[in-house]
Write a protein that binds this ligand. Structure first.
Ligand SMILES: [Zn+2]
Length: 228
């Protein structure tokens, strides 16, 4: 797990994630990326802190500087509140382990509950896929690509967003490993393949072209900025 994540979401995408304005499936992929990526965790915390500041500024009364300073003094004089223990939902071994045929993968924390609700695996030519529950707008699924297997050449009518969860994958643009987030825009053609010695597990979101034009316009711009 010493691998350093190379492909990240754009700042705009992280901002929308922090604001809670991303479609649910995309928010999930960003959350799962954060599980892998200390770099983006820090960015995310900074963005949230900025958002908090903006909110505080908006709601701050027109106080004169004396009373403002007094309030600050009071706050600073208070003993630090004990940090409550972080509540984590219990995770059973079956949730943290995902079995696909002969292979077993560890699933990132943010995906464990969802993955346990997947549809059954469909396998064809070394590629297995299982749909995950989600909205009708976007298709969220798991994809397991066997060693020495190539995904047939394809273009995208909408966006294709892929997060590598385990193993490695290459396409015409680069080489991707666990935590890497790959965003392909419409009309983009590529042939992802797994040439590593282990199976590759990915999380994938596909958006349909109609939804893309009508509902996800706001999303398109930051993603394009990310991509180019
Ligand atoms: Zn990152």
């Amino acid at each position: 797990m010493a691998h350093v994540v190379k492909y990240h979401p754009s700042i705009s995408l992280l901002e929308q994630y922090s604001e809670g304005t991303l479609a649910a499936e995309l928010a999930l992929v960003v959350a799962a990326h954060l599980d892998f990526c200390p770099h983006c965790q820090t960015l995310h915390r900074d963005i949230e802190a900025d958002l908090g500041c903006e909110l505080a500024m908006q709601s701050a009364p027109e106080a004169n500087s004396d009373s403002w300073q007094q309030m600050l003094n009071n706050i600073l004089a208070e003993p630090a509140a004990a940090v409550p223990a972080r509540k984590t939902s219990p995770v059973t071994p079956s949730q943290s382990q995902l079995v696909v045929g002969q292979h077993s993968f560890v699933v990132p924390r943010s995906l464990q509950r969802l993955v346990s609700k997947r549809n059954k695996w469909l396998t064809l030519g070394g590629i297995s896929t299982a749909k995950l529950p989600g909205t009708d707008e976007n298709h969220l699924s798991l994809l397991c690509i066997e060693t020495n297997t190539q995904v047939p050449l394809h273009t995208h009518k909408g966006l294709e967003i892929t997060l590598v969860l385990s193993g490695e994958m290459v396409d015409e643009m680069g080489q991707y490993a666990a935590g890497d987030l790959i965003i392909n825009t419409p009309d983009h053609t590529h042939t992802p393949k797994n040439i590593a010695g282990e199976p590759c597990l990915c999380l994938s979101v596909l958006t349909a072209p109609l939804e893309f034009k009508q509902g996800l316009t706001r999303l398109l711009n930051p993603l394009q900025r990310f991509f180019y």
